[in-house]
Design a binder for this molecule. Structure first.
Ligand code: HEM
Length: 485
C-alpha cells in the first residue's frame, strides 16, 4: 500500500515536471525567468500583486527587446514591431487575456467592443460608431465637459488640501456620464463614489487584471453553465443606460448643444443593425468604463509631474497667460498651445495606464519579429512603458519628464517618437475615445492651473498606483491649492 502510494506520487510529480518542461521548451529561445516559461501561475502571481509591469520592465533592461513572461507570452519593447503586431491588416487578433473581460448579462456572455475576439464583429461595431468619435464630432460634447469643469472648480474652491487622484476621478466619471447620456453620475456632488459607479467599473477591471494570466481557469470557475445561468440580473449601470435609451427613443434631439454619445449611437443604429438596444448599452458601458480611471490617472500624473518639475510648470503657466484664456478655455484656444500638448504627451509617455502588454496572437504560419521566430498562437505584445523607455528613440534621458523633447525641429526624430508613443495603443483596437480624452485633458489642466497654484501636501510624496487591475488606479495624492490673484 505504502509502495503504491509512493509510486503514484513519483508518477504524478514526474508528469507535472514533464508538463512544465514541455511548456518551457515551447519558447525556450526567448530570454526570461525559467519558471515564467513553465507555468502561467508565475505571471498570475506578479499581476495579482501589481508587480508584473515592473517585472517586465526589469526583464527588458536585463535581456533586451524580447522577453518571455509566460508559457506563451512575449513582451517586445522594439517600436519597429508596433505596426507588425497592431497594424490594421496583419491578422494578429486579441489574446485570451481579453476573454475574461467579456460581461455576463441575463445568463449570456455579451462581448463588448474591447473584449470581443471576433475581429469581423469588432470591425463592424467600431465602424458603426466611428463618426461619434472624430475630432469634429467630439466638439459637440464640449458643453458637457465645460459643465463638469465648472463643477470641479467649484468643489476645489471650498478646499485647501484634497486628494487629487479622487477629485480628478470624480470629475472624469461625471464628465463621462454627461457626454455619454447627458447626466453626471453625481460623484462631484457627493464627493465620492455616487451609487457605486466607480466600484462597478473597477470590479470589471480588477477581474480582468487578476484573471488575465489564467483565462482557462477563469472560464472554468466563472463561465461554467451553472455560474453563467445564475447571472440573470442586468448590472445597475446597464439598467440606467437602457432606461435612457427607452426615454430617448422616438424623440431624437436636434439641438446641436444637446448631442451626446447616446444620441449619436441611436442615430447610427438606424443604419447599423448591430447597434440595437443591447449594442448601444454595451457601447455606453464601454465609454464610461473606458473614460474614468484612464483619463483621471493621466491628468493626475501630468499634474504631479508639473508640480515636481517647476520649470516645466512655469513654462506652461506662461503659455496659458499669453493665450489670455477664460476660466474654462475653449477647444479652439487650447488646441493652439504647443507646450500644453507636449506636457500631456510627455506625461502619458512616462505614466501609462496599461499594466501588462496589450497581447495579440501570432496568426497562422507564425511570424519572425525582431529577428526571432514565433509559432502561431504565441501571444506577443508591447508594454507601452517599456517602449517609452527606449533610449534610441527618446534619448538617454528617456526616463525623465522633459516636454521639450516633443518640440524639436527635427521632423524625422519627432515622427519616430510619435510612432513609438503607445499611450492610446495603436492600430485597429487603439483607444476609440482618444479625441474626447485629449479634449478633456487640454481643457481641465489649464482650467485648474489658471485658477490655482498647486503644491504637494507632503513634498516627498510619490505617484503610486495599484497595477494589479486591467487599468492602473492611483493611490491618494494629497495636494494644497492656493488661489491665484
Ligand atoms: C487619457 C485617457 C485614456 C487613455 C490613456 C486610454 C487608453 C486606451 C488604451 C491603451 C486602449 C487599448 C486597450 C487594449 O487594447 O488593451 C483603449 C481602448 C479604448 N478606449 Fe481608451 N483611453 C483613454 C480615454 C478614453 C475615453 C475618454 C473613452 C471614451 C469616451 C475611451 C474609450 C475606449 C474604448 C471604447 C476602447 C476600446 C477600443 C477598441 O477595442 O476598439 N478611452 N483606451
Amino acid at each position: 500500500m505504502a509502495l503504491s502510494f509512493l509510486s503514484f506520487s513519483i508518477l504524478a510529480v514526474s508528469l507535472i515536471f514533464a508538463r512544465l518542461l514541455r511548456n518551457w521548451t515551447k519558447l525556450s529561445k526567448a530570454p526570461g525567468p525559467i519558471l515564467a516559461g513553465c507555468t502561467d501561475l508565475w505571471r498570475a502571481y506578479y499581476q495579482y500583486n501589481g508587480r508584473l509591469r515592473e517585472k517586465i520592465l526589469d526583464l527588458h533592461s536585463q535581456f533586451g527587446p524580447i522577453v518571455r513572461y509566460g508559457v506563451r507570452s512575449i513582451s517586445i519593447s522594439d517600436p519597429e514591431v508596433i505596426n507588425v503586431v497592431y497594424g490594421s491588416r496583419t491578422g494578429f487578433i486579441t489574446a485570451d487575456s481579453y476573454k475574461v473581460l467579456v460581461a455576463i448579462q441575463n445568463g449570456k456572455e455579451v462581448p463588448s467592443l474591447v473584449s470581443t475576439s471576433d475581429e469581423n464583429r469588432h470591425g463592424a461595431l467600431r465602424r458603426s460608431v466611428a463618426n461619434a468619435f472624430t475630432p469634429t464630432a467630439v466638439l459637440d460634447y464640449e458643453k458637457w465637459i465645460d459643465a463638469t469643469i465648472e463643477e470641479l472648480i467649484d468643489v476645489i474652491s471650498k478646499k485647501e488640501t484634497f486628494d487629487l487622484s479622487s477629485m480628478i476621478l470624480w470629475y472624469t466619471m461625471d464628465a463621462a456620464g454627461r457626454f455619454s447620456f447627458g447626466e453626471p453620475l453625481g460623484c462631484l456632488r457627493v464627493e465620492g463614489d455616487a451609487d457605486g459607479s466607480i466600484q462597478l467599473v473597477r470590479d470589471r477591471f480588477n477581474h480582468w487584471g487578476w484573471w488575465s494570466s489564467i483565462p482557462k481557469l477563469e472560464r472554468l470557475i466563472y463561465r461554467n453553465p451553472l455560474a453563467v445561468r445564475q447571472k440573470l440580473a442586468t448590472s445597475r449601470m446597464a439598467g440606467v443606460a437602457l432606461s435612457k435609451i427607452k426615454a430617448r427613443s422616438g424623440q431624437l434631439k436636434t439641438e446641436p448643444g444637446d448631442i451626446d454619445l447616446l444620441q449619436r449611437f441611436l442615430e447610427a443604429g438606424k443604419a447599423h443593425p448591430q447597434l440595437d438596444a443591447a449594442g448601444i448599452v454595451g457601447m455606453i458601458m464601454s465609454t464610461i468604463s473606458g473614460a474614468g480611471d484612464t483619463t483621471a490617472t493621466t491628468v493626475t500624473a501630468v499634474l504631479y509631474n508639473l508640480i515636481k518639475n517647476p520649470e516645466s510648470l512655469e513654462k506652461l503657466e506662461d503659455e496659458l497667460v499669453r493665450a489670455d484664456l477664460p476660466q474654462v478655455p475653449g477647444a479652439s484656444q487650447v488646441n493652439k498651445l504647443p507646450y500644453l500638448d507636449a506636457v500631456i504627451k510627455e506625461g502619458m509617455r512616462l505614466f501609462s495606464i496599461t499594466t501588462w502588454p496589450m497581447e495579440r496572437l501570432v496568426p497562422t504560419g507564425g511570424v519572425t519579429i525582431a529577428g526571432m521566430s514565433f509559432p502561431e498562437g504565441t501571444s506577443v505584445g508591447c508594454l507601452p512603458l517599456a517602449v517609452h523607455h527606449n533610449v534610441e528613440i527618446f534619448g538617454d534621458d528617456a526616463h525623465i519628464f522633459r516636454p521639450e523633447r516633443w518640440l524639436i525641429s527635427d521632423r524625422e526624430k519627432r515622427r519616430r517618437m510619435e510612432a513609438a508613443h503607445m499611450g492610446f495603443s495603436r492600430g485597429r483596437r487603439s483607444c476609440l475615445g482618444q479625441n474626447i480624452a485629449m479634449l478633456q485633458m487640454k481643457k481641465v489642466i489649464p482650467a485648474i492651473l489658471i485658477k490655482y497654484k498647486l503644491s504637494l501636501a507632503n513634498p516627498e510624496a510619490t505617484l503610486d498606483a495599484d497595477f494589479s487591475p486591467g487599468v492602473a488606479y492611483l493611490e491618494p495624492l494629497y495636494i494644497k491649492s492656493h488661489p491665484k490673484q
